[in-house]
Design a protein around this ligand. Sequence first.
Ligand code: CIZ
Length: 360
Amino acid sequence: MNTVFPVPLKPVIQPPAMVEETLGVEERVTLKARIKTLMAQQDAVLVAHYYTSADLQDLAEETGGCVSDSLEMARFGHAHPAQTLIVAGVKFMGETAKILNPEKRVVMPDLQADCSLDLACPADEFAAFCDAHPDRLSVVYANTSAAVKARADWVVTSGIAARIVKHLHRQGHKLLWAPDRHLGDYVQRISGADMLLWQGSCVVHEAFKAEALKKLHLDHPNAAVLVHPESPESVIALADVVGSTTQLIEAVRTLPNPEFIVATDNGIFHKMRAVASGKILLEAPTAGEGATCTSCAHCPWMAMNGLRKLAAVLESPEGDKNGGNEIHIEESIRARARLSIQKMLDFAAAEKAGQLPLGD
Ligand code: CIZ
């Protein structure tokens, strides 16, 4: 299988400086109480990603919301009756919530919380990529803008990407993939599909180092190595388990190993500790020979979310363009993006119901 690289390697997007919210005990308690009152008044539910702060994850669970990956965040927000969805995560997650729930108010603690993959794939360049290859179906990762999703045939998350690509490959389709080159390469290797890959990458996963990981594993021979597929191939090659956030959490919960080396955003440790309290969790190294660690296993855009900002958003008048932090998407883009997301949701539902042909 020949994988051609028709687009230049995208420079790794320079992330903003890491500014994490730090709260004293009293301020945390006060903020949480204020946010809970405001949420009840505004008929709001909080959906938080595994990579956000422990405070936001706890608050989501304490208030009947959910902490999950982006696919489950979208599903949960859609099924929940609340009229306001608060999305703690990065911009594409808020956009996905709005795409699926145009009638709801969708707000985020910080609209500047972006994603290096999304930023590395501008909609006009992606459209030109598609136009140059009209014989191929386009499959994009969820970490893209609404406009890119609107141009794509399929949207996938990391948890379902390989299964959808295998399905499309069996149907005889050739594919375009964007924007994560490592995830695309991994999916291509395990599916055997003919894929042209966009050349973006995630600032967090790009930084994991294979040589340093080997050394750490030698010091912890009983540890299972868990790797997110946005990581470089050399790191994936060392994994006992390669999977999405939800799949890696499940591995920590179910595998008998006493220790785990985890190559993904360290925000996930909060949930991992909750599901497997006695186990030792180690961050996969982002330092060592040739290190270019800029994010050091935590996404600086995810870190922009916090309780103070969430309280401020809920306190600002609804519809206030400057303070409301509400997601708005032009209707024609939203409606087209919905179609490509819906294919993924329908595929997942058919899979669950055992309605796909064997092997899909
Ligand atoms: O889809 C998500 O939530 C992301 C960004 C990663 C994952 O593996 O779940």
